[in-house]
Design a protein around this ligand. Structure first.
Ligand code: FMN
Length: 352
């Protein structure tokens, strides 16, 4: 019906953040155009029992989710099935509204299918996001709530910010994610230490029985990252999401010297970090892989390496609204070729 190649040419004439805002407007309005929405759901949302999973009692129709940062304010949830996603993650939200960093703060590297962003948790704040969420929750696909502290909250009071956010969102989401891995809030990544993680998850487990994940950065020394993940799981984390964007600017020639890189340039780094974590934690907790995934081969590789679920953001900018459908169809084909009858048999098969 329409080609994303053509649409992309138009969208890429705009600054990346403007293009994002245009996409948001379209996706906010899409559910009002019932016919088009239904057409896209039928086209892109793959319904195949072989892709179904139940994790912590939550039903995931397929393993491909929207990564955090695209739907920061929970305004596009209703359109996620039209894009084919099996689950979505809103946020990162902070307790109070926040403008984020000065613009420009998002950059494209089209030749490398990569993006750099220094958004800085721009969001409408927890109260507004909660209002948006309440209009749709519970939804046909699982919704994760990704939470972070305000920029102006000192490290000393960081725990308090997470407490407020867990209390607010735990009844209106299927799972929660603690984000202390964004490179765009000064000193946030310093919270990736064992003392804070232990305090945080001990507190979180008191506040909610919903699954609560830790999202980590790809830039820590591998052993330290694995140890941190183990600490989080021992303290009560339900799983690990690996990884956020990278500050390894050598991955892109002439990259900006601020913000985080995502997309194809992050693929190897994210995979290596995921593999190291899975080696230690596969079978002991739930692992979600994200970073540079945009096709079925890479998705399948992450599943086999131990990911129960995968997420993507940047790939969609370059591949368009058929990306998730293509991934799911491709994964089904690979499963058939290798004789797997259900996605759960694929997960971690490299480690068995
Ligand atoms: N991750 C978060 O946990 N919270 C965020 O608010 C967030 N904002 C992002 C904004 C942009 C523009 C991009 C490109 C990524 C953002 N991310 C955020 C990171 C993504 O969720 C994901 O971990 C990362 O981009 C790697 O996946 P990808 O290569 O598929 O994009």
């Amino acid at each position: 019906m329409f080609s994303y190649k053509t649409l992309k040419k138009g969208l890429f004439l705009f600054h990346p953040e403007t293009a994002h805002n245009l996409a948001e407007t379209a996706l906010r309005l899409l559910p009002k155009c019932r016919l088009l929405n239904n057409y896209l759901v039928n086209r892109n949302f793959i319904m195949d029992p072989k892709l179904n999973q139940e994790i912590y009692g939550i039903k995931f129709p397929n393993p491909v989710g929207l990564a955090a940062g695209f739907d920061k304010n929970a305004t596009m949830i209703k359109s996620m099935m039209a894009l084919g996603f099996g689950f979505t993650e809103i946020g990162t939200m902070t307790p109070r509204p926040q403008d984020g960093n000065p613009k420009p703060r998002m950059f494209r590297y089209p030749k490398l299918n990569s993006v750099q962003n220094a958004m800085g948790f721009n969001n409408k704040g927890s109260s507004q996001v909660l209002m948006n969420l309440k209009k749709v929750y519970p939804f046909s696909i699982p919704i994760g709530a990704n939470i972070g502290k305000n920029k102006t909250t000192s490290e000393e009071f960081a725990l308090q910010d997470y407490k407020i956010l867990i209390r607010k969102f735990e009844s209106f989401s299927d799972y929660l994610v603690i984000n202390i891995s964004s490179p765009n809030t000064p000193n946030l990544r310093d919270l990736q230490n064992e003392k804070f993680i232990t305090e945080l998850f001990s507190m979180a487990k008191e506040l909610t029985s919903k699954p609560i994940f830790l999202k980590i950065a790809p830039d820590m020394e591998t052993n330290a990252a694995v140890e941190l993940c183990k600490t989080a799981v021992e303290a009560g984390a339900s799983g690990i999401i690996a990884t956020n964007t990278t500050i390894d600017y050598s991955l892109v020639p002439n990259a900006q010297d601020f913000g985080g890189l995502s997309g194809a340039c992050l693929k190897e780094k994210s995979y290596e970090m995921f593999k190291a974590i899975a080696k230690e934690l596969y079978g002991k907790t739930v692992l979600i892989s994200v970073g540079g995934i945009s096709d079925a081969d890479e998705a399948y590789k992450r599943l086999k390496a131990g990911a129960s679920l995968i997420q993507a953001y940047t790939g969609m900018i370059f591949e368009g609204p058929s990306m998730v459908k293509n991934i799911n169809e491709g994964v089904l084909e690979l499963m058939k070729k290798e004789g797997f009858n259900n996605i759960s048999e694929v997960i971690g098969s490299d480690l068995k």
